[in-house]
Design a protein around this ligand. Structure first.
Ligand SMILES: Cc1ncc(COP(=O)(O)O)c(C=O)c1O
Length: 387
């Protein structure tokens, strides 16, 4: 091929996520039970369906970049009530899911070679985003013996006073389900102040916690308004992944810069999604509670079965993933996932999909019907007997 028609080096170097291949097989081969996807299996709540109908004829125009006024005003109230974050509309940008907000914050804070510290294992969307912008990602290892909670002492060791610009945290976490304790968040806040670095706090799963575990927003801590960018989303809370509406909350100057960049990326989150989202914030909590209650039932089942199969998983107090240790059976999680898919007819994701330090683990999503999880565990049991 002529050089001028080649794909850019930047793109060519991006990792080819396994998830795409596994999910393709899982969707095409009807005999496979998939515990792969990271999205709720519930339909959107009934009142949301009515809102979609209400706005279907009246959403043909772009929305103001950065978000519609009624949505931003509703978010100001939500952030105060649910997260104790004091924000003005100027502190908020509405984006096409929180993933776009992550990309915008990268473009607007990290110059070439500047360092960002991120968790490993961690959500697969992070690393390629930082690499696309030629930033310098460094990893803080999350350890099973710490329930995969980030260790502030380890973070301190990684800080380069000249180059470190930001620390990314994710609680409740994908893929481990860890919920960071308040006292740990306080230590991380101290680090941000000591070294004057940003904290990017990914809270996409803020509403999905178990056994009374409380989610805390580090952006609500005293004096953290200048340091923290909080990322939240309608995707997981309301089973609205396909609506593409998320948002970031942070310092006004940074939100202004992100809004400028947003005009050149997607212009705006879909108008119908924003109109629906503004009113979705007012629907009864019972819809979200019902979903979380069902996740809790499935979580109990999957953890019990995995433990019985000698696949111990650190107890996940949030999100909807089990992240068991498979080292008793295999040292190669990619091979294990592939064998389980082909021979056992169960799709899960290898831990390496979430970074090199995810080796030796698998991620099973329990955003899947209870009965299917039961069947998948039966298949896993049969598969392991011969493995
Ligand atoms: C930890 C985490 N952050 C962010 C996202 C992106 O979500 P969205 O762009 O739909 O808001 C996901 C999606 O799976 C996720 O797991």
């Amino acid at each position: 091929m002529k050089k001028s028609l080649e794909i850019s080096e930047r793109e060519s170097q991006l990792p080819d996520a396994v998830i795409g291949k596994i999910l393709k097989i899982a969707v095409e081969d009807k005999s496979v039970i998939s515990l792969g996807p990271g999205e709720p299996d519930f339909p959107v709540p009934k009142p949301v369906v009515n809102l979609i109908k209400k706005y279907a004829n009246d959403s043909n125009h772009y929305s103001p970049p950065g978000g519609r006024t009624e949505l931003k005003e509703a978010l100001v109230k939500k952030l105060k009530k649910d997260n104790k974050i004091k924000a003005k509309p100027e502190n908020i940008i509405v984006t096409c899911g929180s993933q776009e907000a992550l990309m915008l914050v990268t473009a607007c804070t990290l110059d070439v070679s500047e360092q960002i510290i991120l968790p490993n294992p961690g959500f697969m969307g992070y690393l390629p985003t930082f690499e696309l912008f030629n930033a310098n990602p460094v990893f803080v290892q999350l350890k099973e013996e710490d329930s995969f909670e980030v260790n502030p002492d380890e973070v301190r060791k990684l800080i380069d006073k000249k180059k470190t610009k930001a620390l990314l945290i994710n609680s409740p976490a994908n893929p481990t389900g860890n919920v960071i304790r308040k006292k740990v968040l306080e230590e991380l806040a101290d680090i941000a102040r000591d070294y004057s670095i940003y904290i990017f706090s990914d809270e996409a799963y803020e509403k999905i916690t178990y056994e009374g575990k409380k989610h805390h927003s580090i952006g609500s801590f005293n004096g953290m308004g200048d340091y923290v960018v909080t990322f939240q989303s309608f995707s997981k809370t309301y089973a609205m992944c396909g609506f593409r509406v998320g948002y970031a909350v942070g310092p006004e100057k940074l939100m202004k810069a992100m809004t400028k960049t947003h005009i050149y990326s997607t212009i705006c989150s879909p108008t119908i999604s924003q109109k629906v989202a503004a009113e979705t914030l007012k629907i009864s909590n019972k819809y979200v509670d019902r979903m979380v209650k069902e996740y809790a039932r499935r979580r109990k089942l999957i953890l019990k079965r995995l433990n019985e199969l000698n696949l111990p998983a650190a107890k996940p107090y949030g999100a909807f993933y089990a992240f068991p240790n498979i080292k008793e059976y295999s040292k190669d999680s990619f091979k294990f996932a592939n064998d389980l898919l082909v021979k056992g007819k169960v799709a899960g994701l290898p831990g390496t999909e979430f970074g090199r330090l995810g080796e030796g683990y698998m991620r099973f999503s329990y955003a899947t019907d209870y009965k299917l999880i039961e069947q998948a565990m039966d298949r896993l049991e049969k598969f392991l007997k011969k493995y």
